[in-house]
Design a protein around this ligand. Structure first.
Ligand SMILES: [Fe+2]
Length: 251
């Protein structure tokens, strides 16, 4: 494992959009089965992160502390649901395939909603961690990657804003390790539509709860405030994780 990649980064970035056999040893450790009776099940002991202090820095741009406070309540709700579902899966033990059903069955409901709950955790942890910076044009390697893929920062901003207005829940800027491309993916919910091999670098929450208190229906104004608050240093760290995954995948 690359030493500079800490557990939180791997936790944040590890599985929401990245599954690759060759990279599993790099990214999957935090989600390894923890003595669950059935392979793949884990204990319901996931803990929420602490609210990053730097989130208060978004206030001048217009995203208020009250919004973050309420938003964090929603996030911790997702953590609780992850744990509840993990406990139910553990209690289920080794599932009986004869009881599984695609229209309705206990395992279907648990596994579908698990992706929603865990997506809700990972998406929000990424979002909270890439906010609270100086915003504006990026620095470091991400600046070069954006320019190489979009032509300019301004083009990327236009694409992000259009994608954010068109989305029902999320935009994820993600790096696809198979070809090194970056793309502003659209997400209509916590669990749609991540793409295999694409590691998220930045998340923009466009659910109304992220902005209604401060901007009412003005989503475009909220996205402007978001762009003034991006922590590019954090995005660059996430890019380092993505490139480490890419390197591991090529071995
Ligand atoms: Fe949210």
């Amino acid at each position: 494992m690359t030493p500079e990649l800490d557990r939180r980064q791997l936790f944040t970035l590890g599985a929401s959009a990245v599954v690759a056999a060759s990279a599993t040893s790099v990214i999957a450790a935090p989600f390894a089965p923890q003595n669950g009776p059935a392979a793949g099940n884990t204990k319901g002991d996931l803990k929420p992160i602490a609210m990053p202090e730097k989130l208060k820095n978004t206030a001048p741009a217009g995203i208020s502390p009250k919004t973050h406070e309420e938003h964090f309540k929603l996030y911790t709700g997702y953590v609780k649901k992850v744990n509840e579902i993990r406990d139910k899966l553990s209690a289920m033990g080794v599932p009986d395939p004869a009881k599984a059903n695609q229209t309705f069955s206990e395992i279907r409901e648990l596994k579908v909603e698990y992706t929603f709950a865990l997506g809700g955790v990972k998406n929000h942890e990424l979002y909270f961690n890439i906010l609270g910076g100086q915003g504006g044009a990026p620095n470091g390697e991400i600046a070069e990657v954006i320019k190489a893929s979009f032509g300019s920062y301004e083009n990327w901003v236009a694409d992000l804003k259009a994608t954010g207005i068109a989305a029902r829940g999320w935009v994820w800027l993600a790096h696809d390790y198979t070809d090194g491309s970056i793309f502003n993916y659209i997400g209509d919910a916590q669990n749609t539509f991540p793409v295999w091999h694409a590691t998220p670098l930045l998340a923009l929450d466009v659910y109304e709860h992220a902005y209604y208190l401060d901007f009412q229906t003005g989503r475009a104004k909220y996205i402007d405030a978001f762009l003034k608050s991006v922590d590019w240093d954090e995005v660059n760290k996430n890019l380092a994780v993505a490139k480490a995954v890419a390197t591991a995948a090529k071995k």
